[in-house]
Ligand binder design. Structure first.
Ligand code: ZN
Length: 120
């Protein structure tokens, strides 16, 4: 279980990288943040708009750069919620700790070695 948490922690996205990718090619920052459909739609839209309304395209491009940065933040927030859901809460100090922990690293509270029984 903690391997999953470690994997999730490693998946956090950099906002500046997402913004930078959207500078190079609009929409690629969204692909990086896991928003595949949005990323695929945005690229031909902005490239097509450059030929019709170049100023509008540049304005949208700038908005996409900023939103690429924010998209990484939104992604990381969802990831953090997933990580928090996977962790257990210490009954004594209410800190989040790894699900396999037998002793709380914050207050040294000892958990029962018997696994939690789930009512069927
Ligand atoms: Zn504790």
């Amino acid at each position: 279980m903690s391997e999953t948490i470690e994997k999730l922690k490693g998946k956090s996205k950099s906002g500046s990288l997402a913004a930078g990718l959207n500078i190079l090619l609009p929409g690629v920052g969204y692909l990086y943040c896991g928003r595949v459909i949005l990323g695929i739609i945005v690229l031909p839209f902005v490239i097509g708009l450059i030929y019709v309304q170049p100023y509008a395209a540049i304005t949208i491009w700038i908005v996409l750069i900023i939103d690429g940065f924010l998209a990484a933040g939104r992604y990381n927030k969802k990831l953090e919620a997933k990580i928090n859901a996977a962790m257990k809460t210490c009954p004594q100090c209410a800190e989040k700790i790894m699900p396999e922990a037998k002793v709380c690293k914050h207050c040294a509270y000892k958990f029962d070695s018997t696994p939690e029984t789930k009512s069927a």
